[in-house]
Design a protein around this ligand. Structure first.
Ligand code: SF4
Ligand code: SF4
Length: 138
């Protein structure tokens, strides 16, 4: 079971090997490989997660240096895609659900205040995808 901040559901799909530091990237690669294992399960929480633990912007075990802003990203992803904290999901089921229901408007609503948004990497990756809708299992 891997604990994730909700907005990291978007980051993990858009990730292309760039991050805050070499240690952050190495840690990201490690846990992303675990998420991609068949049947990998996750639970969502609005506190620091496995990716935050190697981030230079982590303020404490539970908080980001910009925690208030990060909370808005997490809350937007939960509300936009009908997800809940504390439930057990299969990572791939959630990714399929996000891919099937993503729109440019939804992406911008969730991500446009992120510092990485302006680089223009993530939006084309998310918004060029098109799949049949699949239900989210818990
Ligand atoms: S714009 Fe930011 S929050 Fe959105 S997927 Fe990219 S890195 Fe993650
Ligand atoms: S910037 Fe904050 S929320 Fe993002 S990975 Fe780093 S500690 Fe976590």
């Amino acid at each position: 079971m891997i604990v994730l901040r909700p907005h990291h559901l978007l980051c993990t799909f858009a990730y292309r090997g760039k991050g805050y530091s070499p240690a952050f990237v190495a840690n990201f690669d490690h846990y992303l490989a675990q998420l991609h294992e068949p049947g990998a399960e996750i639970t969502l929480q609005q506190t620091n997660d496995v990716f935050c633990q190697a981030c230079p912007q982590q303020a404490s075990a539970t908080h980001c240096q910009t925690e208030q802003h990060i909370q808005t990203l997490d809350s937007a992803v939960l509300a936009t895609f009908g997800l809940e904290t504390g439930l057990v999901y299969r990572y791939q089921d959630v990714q399929d659900h996000l891919l099937a229901t993503m729109t440019p408007e939804k992406f911008r609503h969730c991500c446009q205040t992120c510092s990485w948004y302006e680089f223009g990497i993530c939006e084309p990756i998310w918004c060029s995808q098109s799949q049949q809708a699949t239900p989210v299992k818990s």
